[in-house]
Design a protein around this ligand. Structure first.
Ligand code: FNR
Length: 361
């Protein structure tokens, strides 16, 4: 029987044992030197907590809302590609885990189950992550299908004009399976002698000319709210508010795009300040502990999204593993709130954390 992990990082070890090397590397890896990959996790360790005592914490309420949807805790599932490489049930299993944990799943555009399959398998609130392709009709077709199938928002990922250089995938000659959403639209089953077929696919299909003005096009084809994922500066956060998006996700794509981009937790506050509370700011990158969630909330995030840990849970134990990962983070967040004197999320404030910069002053 598989070992029972006691924290989220132990799921990564289990996943490494069960996955073929090519797939483990695809999930775990980052771009080039993987500086930002390490930083995303390490930067959390440089933030310490300022707990308050003698507060009634006999009841802890972690519930919140995102775009008006109630969720049981501020921990959501990030869009990550190709879950069937981790487990035969793929994104359907992940969506069931999201429903069981009463949270929101953001389905990746590059999923191995269709938007319809995922929609019919569970009643989780689902958002669909989008890329804009050179062939706009492909993106438009997916928008329509998502609307028909009850997805509640779109998360447009804006940090991939070209794919980052993921050297493990190049070395392994990573093969992309046929991505189910594109069946009948475009072939994604590419094989590349020279390196990663994911890179080949993305670089030939994604529209690298996409600019701020093009958000109007997406808004013109849907009434659903649009969030922008991949914002790392106050300047871009301001622009996002100006073009009328419903929310922002501070993200460096799990450090898979631009290496030496800052750790996401180090820029969260800058983005939050720039938005002046006009739109919710979500956060992802390096969340591995309940204390990480607490820190992101203290620095102004409305909720966090979790990427790799959910895939590792899925790889290790299917739907149950993905559920356990979310549940572990929830349990840790609950304990952190209790030990910090915060009975509800609104009680978590900027005064509950000290950044490295503050400590050095
Ligand atoms: C991703 N991410 C991603 N993002 C996106 O917008 N569309 C996608 O298809 C994918 N695919 C993807 C695959 C894999 C294997 C990983 C690890 C990541 C990025 C993802 O949404 C998120 O930003 C990061 O995963 C967050 O960092 P952590 O939680 O993995 O550290």
């Amino acid at each position: 029987m598989a070992r029972e992990p006691v924290n989220v990082s132990e799921f990564q070890q289990l996943a490494r044992e069960v996955l073929p090397k090519m797939y483990y590397d695809f999930y775990a890896g980052g771009a080039e030197d993987e500086f930002s990959l390490k930083e995303n996790v390490e930067a959390f360790r440089r933030i310490t907590l300022r707990p308050r005592v003698l507060v009634d914490v006999s009841r802890i309420d972690m519930s919140t809302t995102v775009l008006g949807y109630n969720i049981s805790s501020p921990i959501m599932i990030a869009p990550t590609a190709m879950h069937k490489l981790a487990h035969p049930e793929g994104e359907v299993a992940t969506a069931k885990a999201a429903a069981a944990c009463n949270t929101i799943m953001v389905l990746s555009f590059m999923s191995t189950c269709t938007v319809e399959e995922v929609a019919s398998s569970c009643n989780a609130v689902r958002f669909l992550q989008l890329y804009v392709y050179k062939r706009r009709d492909v993106t438009a077709a997916l928008v329509l299908r998502a609307e028909k199938n009850g997805y509640k928002a779109f998360v447009l990922t804006v940090d991939v004009p070209r794919l980052g250089r993921r050297e493990a995938d190049i070395r392994n000659k990573m093969v992309s399976p046929q991505l189910k959403n594109f069946e009948g639209l475009i072939s994604t089953e590419l094989e590349s002698d020279k390196g990663s077929s994911v890179e080949l696919f993305a670089n030939s299909m994604f529209d690298a000319s996409l600019q701020w003005e093009d958000i109007a096009w997406l808004k013109s084809i849907t009434k659903l709210p649009i969030l922008l994922k991949g914002i790392l500066t106050g300047e871009d956060a301001l622009k996002a508010v100006e073009v009328g998006v419903a929310g922002i996700v501070v993200s460096n794509h799990g450090a898979r795009q631009l290496d030496y981009s800052p750790s996401t937790i180090s820029v969260l506050e800058e983005v939050v300040h720039a938005t002046k509370g006009k739109v919710p700011v979500l956060f992802d990158g390096g969340v591995r502990r309940g204390t990480d969630v607490f820190k992101a909330l203290a620095l102004g995030a409305k909720a966090v999204l979790v990427g790799r840990p959910v895939i590792f849970g899925l790889a290790a134990k299917g739907e149950r593993g993905a559920r356990q990962v979310i549940q572990m983070l929830k349990n840790e967040l609950e304990l952190t709130m209790a030990l910090s004197g915060c009975p509800a999320l609104k009680d978590i404030t900027r005064t509950h954390v000290t950044t490295e910069k503050e400590r050095l002053h």
